[in-house]
Design a binder for this molecule. Structure first.
Ligand code: AVJ
Ligand code: FE
Length: 433
């Protein structure tokens, strides 16, 4: 195998080890439903193998189905998450055997594939990018399930760099066009394509995500009880949910605590806030006299290199993320302190855009002009419309393989079990523009 295929084989092993590590638990924990929002962990485990079978073995490899009778059970569109525990899904042992059996044949397809083929699934080994990113996304979902389960055991407290102090609060982004999306990243999803020019007026964007200290000030100021800061839908959510702080926060006297993977700890005030929904992010921004950035504003500040006139794969350039640039890949089970990654700054000097927390944007999840669904409508196209808001940048739980400046994530505006935070922006006044 050549170098490119060796790298793919290594990525396949790494992501599988990750899935197996998150499901190395008593059967009871794996088959139980920890929240109606989530699948049982054993469903995710067999689903990633079934997806690999569908795309690599059948579609790309032309191999006959190993277990066609289970396809229906692992089709996310046939059964909502809340119904998955009552399906006759594979048990933990059977699921591990099934996905292992698929994987053996996947390596044969990798051996045989021609990355220069005109077949779009084979070209640049796209189908392998598809399944590697898919499994990493489910691994992140499994982490959210584990956090909801409140079971101890998964905290990893690997080293994170210390936070920084000082530096500008906001960064000015001058008016002008940039290239949004990509036509060159070989493993980009259909929803990131095609690259297209977007001309933005001047704006300011926070240098760092909103931190717990600032968010606690919003709470202390009665932000959750003041309808002025909320949209009508947001206020409705606030009333129905009785939310008064980010998910997993509780107050004890004057101190905020959070439960992280089953362990209570004081909320670190120097971290980006996480586990807030879009309505909370939007309300905070209005309280602060600001607004959420649009998706285009976020991407320009993150990926555009104005002096080179080109987009970067990551804020700092095209080199892979190292430990000094971003908090990705579950090196620790939390966001890094604010200001921890000056070396990860974008061309404009905006920091911590990649990793730490997914950042809510003002934008609905919509197709770019010229969008074409590939390789199937159910990855992106069926979600376009008014129901979902876009999140950008990836969290501490996202893997580098599934993160780049153009990557788009989306969720309902009420969701906050995901590792979500935000930063604020504002339009520049006429004197600056
Ligand atoms: C892109 C994270 C919204 O989890 O629903 C997983 C990714 N697509 N299996 C999701 C996905 C199919 C998707 N998100
Ligand atoms: Fe999936």
């Amino acid at each position: 195998m050549n170098n490119f295929k060796e790298r793919i084989a290594t990525e396949l092993i790494a992501v599988r080890n990750r899935s197996l590590a998150y499901t190395e638990a008593e059967d009871d924990l794996l088959v139980r439903q920890h929240s109606p929002l989530m699948s049982p962990l054993v469903w995710d485990l067999a689903h990633v193998g079934n997806y690999e079978e569908l795309w690599v073995l059948r579609e790309a490899g032309g191999i006959t189905p190993l277990r066609p009778e289970i396809d229906d059970l692992y089709d996310a569109f046939k059964h909502p998450r809340k119904d998955r525990p009552s399906l006759p899904i594979l048990g933990p042992g059977e699921a591990r055997r099934y996905i292992g059996g698929v994987r053996g044949r996947v390596l044969d397809v990798l051996d045989a594939i021609d990355p220069d083929s005109p077949d779009p699934l084979h070209r640049n080994a796209f189908v392998f990018g598809l399944v590697i990113q898919h499994e990493h996304q489910h691994d992140e979902t499994m982490l959210a399930t584990l956090q909801l389960s409140r079971e101890p055991g998964l905290v990893r407290d690997g080293d994170l760099p210390p936070g920084g102090s000082g530096g500008a609060e906001e960064v000015f982004i001058p008016a002008g066009p940039f290239l949004m999306g990509t036509g060159t990243q070989p493993w980009a999803y259909d929803n990131e394509r095609p690259a297209h020019q977007v001309d933005l007026p001047a704006y300011w964007i926070d240098r760092l995500p909103v931190g717990n200290l600032a968010y606690a000030a919003f709470i202390d100021d009665g932000g959750y009880d003041d309808p002025r800061w909320w949209t009508p839908e947001g206020w409705h959510w606030r009333q129905e949910s009785h939310a008064a702080a980010p998910l997993f926060w509780t107050r004890d006297g004057g101190t905020w605590w959070r439960t992280r993977f089953g362990r209570p700890e004081p909320v670190p005030m120097d971290e980006p806030v996480q586990h807030v929904c879009w309505y909370e992010a939007d309300a905070y921004a209005r309280w602060a006299g600001r607004r959420l950035p649009t998706e285009a504003e976020w991407e320009k500040a993150c990926g555009w290199d104005p002096s080179a006139g080109r987009a970067r794969k990551y804020p700092w350039g095209d080199d892979d993320p190292g430990p000094g640039r971003a908090n990705l890949g579950h090196r620790a089970a939390r966001p890094a302190p604010l200001g921890a990654f000056p070396a990860g700054a974008s061309a404009y000097g905006v920091e911590q855009m990649i990793g730490d927390v997914w950042e809510w944007t003002a934008s609905l999840f919509l197709p770019y002009p010229g969008f074409r669904s590939f390789p199937y409508r159910e990855y992106s196209e069926v979600f376009f419309g008014k129901d979902y808001r876009v999140l950008r940048g990836g969290s501490w739980a996202a893997d580098p393989a599934a993160v780049r400046t153009t990557f788009r994530n989306w969720d309902h505006p009420i969701r906050r079990q995901i590792f979500s935070g935000f930063r604020c922006a504002r339009s520049a006044g006429p004197e600056q523009a």
